[in-house]
Unconditional design. Structure first.
Length: 171
């Protein structure tokens, strides 16, 4: 595995990780075939391809596929920060709000630029041991049709908790 990390670009590693996570934990993620366009400490861009699997009856992207893209963008950057911390921090989204502005009739890019804020939230969860929350803004664009103009804007409330001190429940 160490050799692959040296050979593969970070975005390819992140795409493989996202698809493995989908395969092993959330098969619906794998079904829509997300890929990572950019991933660094500050920003992530995830692409959901526009194909038969992600279309609705109006030949635009199904809102469920759009929600998956927003989930992947916010979740991936948070998971990267958690993995770097090497602490058992639980991640979940507490709520989702979406504004659909235009029909997404092409590959959709989901962008989250709050990586540094998420990093601080992970550190707070680890330090306090308490559940901490923060709203994440995810912007969805279709560059092939609308360049950088949003087709949808998502707000997901990220909720984190350090599981290190939790006592397992036995039956």
């Amino acid at each position: 595995m160490g050799l692959l990390k040296k050979i593969l670009p970070l975005r390819t590693q992140a795409t493989l990780y996202l698809r493995w996570f989908g395969f092993s934990k959330i098969p619906l993620l794998l079904y829509v075939r997300p890929s990572v366009v950019l991933l660094n400490d500050a920003k992530v861009i995830v692409r959901i391809p526009f194909r038969r699997r992600t279309k609705n009856h109006l030949k635009s992207m199904y809102f469920g596929a759009l929600a998956i893209g927003a989930d992947c963008a916010g979740g991936l950057i948070a998971m990267q920060q958690i993995r770097a911390s090497k602490e058992p921090v639980a991640l979940i989204f507490k709520s989702l709000h979406a504004d659909f502005l235009k029909r997404a009739e092409g590959d959709v890019l989901f962008t989250c630029t709050q990586g540094r804020e998420i990093s601080a939230l992970v550190a707070e969860a680890i330090q306090t041991g308490e559940r901490v929350e923060m709203p994440l803004k995810i912007i969805a664009t279709v560059p092939s049709k609308f360049e950088d103009e949003p087709v949808a804007v998502f707000t997901l409330v990220l909720s984190l908790k350090n599981k290190k001190d939790e006592i397992p429940v036995t039956s």
